[in-house]
Design a protein around this ligand. Structure first.
Ligand code: UDP
Ligand code: MG
Length: 334
């Protein structure tokens, strides 16, 4: 293959308090990238872009040091912690300025880097989106495995289209990223958004490793919040469910009414007390749930209406002025 025609690839790696794994991640990612450059699969202009998501440890120092010594490495520092999804988007938006395709990957080396070559092959075949899909979850704890599987099932029931067992390890072409940026929503759930873009996509399968070092930045609380966000950002099924429950309750209360009149005629009214108490509590509870749920959507609307910036870039380890030049070079290559 002619070297000029090989695509410029960027790997985007969001990092939050990853000082324990980062040096090893940088090593391994550099090895993989250099191998692909040597093979002529990707352009020598390919880069690794590390996004520091407001880490409180030495993560940014490690990135800055690496950027000075390693020509592949670039760093982007966000002004504060904005969460995995927003940090990833920040990296994707930066990298798309100078790349033909971008792969997002976690800093913890859980995703098998050897399939990056397959990602590129699929891109060369004309796929705009390539999803990395976990073949099995044997390395995850039982708890993580079952909660994650429950999550995918729930998403499906709620009518949200997500790729089963795919996290955020994926390749996207430049034009996919450009369109991704047209989705202006603030409640970001990339796994739900990317399939909506609709370009030609395919899956690549891999086995997930254990975290190389450090601990998961997604404790149960964050995971539940993430799942809940995913559902309420994409689906109105919960609201419809509540409406159906309302109808069922209405039918039920008609029956209760008939029963009450019947008991009154028969003269057994004292027994009505328990059913009355029960109904009051039951309906009260349902109403609260419904109100809470509606509140959740109103909260989302409130956030969207404000349209606040999703992240703020504080620093780059390179000059953004070199971007227009790089872009021109890219245009002449493709
Ligand atoms: N991450 C981030 N911001 C956060 C939380 C996590 O950028 O607020 C990054 C983290 O550094 C890692 C990736 O997101 O590269 C996935 O996090 P983690 O591996 O802890 O999640 P898990 O694999 O346990 O689901
Ligand atoms: Mg992980």
């Amino acid at each position: 293959m002619n070297e000029n025609s090989s695509p410029v690839l960027s790997l985007v790696i969001p990092c939050y308090n990853e000082e324990e794994v980062l040096p090893e991640s940088i090593n391994q990612l550099t090895l993989v990238t250099n191998k692909l450059i040597k093979k002529g699969k990707i352009s020598p202009k390919s880069k690794l872009l590390f996004v520091n998501d407001g880490s409180r440890d030495r993560t940014w120092e490690i990135i800055e040091e690496a950027a000075q010594q390693n020509p592949l490495v670039r760093g982007l520092k966000l002004s504060r912690n904005v969460g995995h999804q927003n940090a990833l988007l920040a990296g994707l938006n930066e990298a798309r300025n100078y790349s033909d395709c971008v792969i997002s990957v976690d800093a913890d080396l859980q995703d098998d880097l050897s399939i990056i070559e397959e990602f590129i092959d699929k891109y060369d075949e004309g796929f705009d989106i390539v999803y990395g899909v976990r073949r099995s979850r044997t390395t995850d704890t039982f708890f993580k495995r079952s909660t994650a599987q429950g999550f995918y099932r729930l998403m499906n029931v709620m009518g949200v289209n997500v790729v089963y067992n795919h996290a955020d390890y994926r390749l996207m072409s430049k034009r996919t990223l450009e369109h991704l940026n047209e989705y202006k929503e603030v409640n970001l759930f990339l796994r739900g958004l990317v399939p909506l873009i609709g370009f030609k996509s395919t899956n690549v399968y891999y086995d997930r490793h254990e975290r190389f070092a450090g601990e998961s930045k997604y404790p149960l609380k964050k995971m539940l919040a993430f799942a809940f966000d995913g559902i309420t950002s994409f689906s109105v099924t919960p609201i419809r469910l509540i409406t159906s429950v309302g109808f069922v309750l209405f039918a039920f209360s008609v029956l209760i009414g008939l029963y009450t009149i019947f008991s009154k005629i028969m003269g057994n009214t004292t027994t009505g007390w328990s059913s009355l108490m029960l109904s009051i509590w039951f309906i009260g509870g349902i109403q609260l749930v419904a109100l809470g749920l509606i509140g959740e959507y109103i909260g989302k609307i409130y956030k969207e209406v404000k349209a606040r910036p999703k992240y703020i870039v504080e620093k780059l380890t390179y000059h953004s002025e070199e971007l227009p030049k790089l872009q021109k070079e890219l245009m002449s290559v493709r």
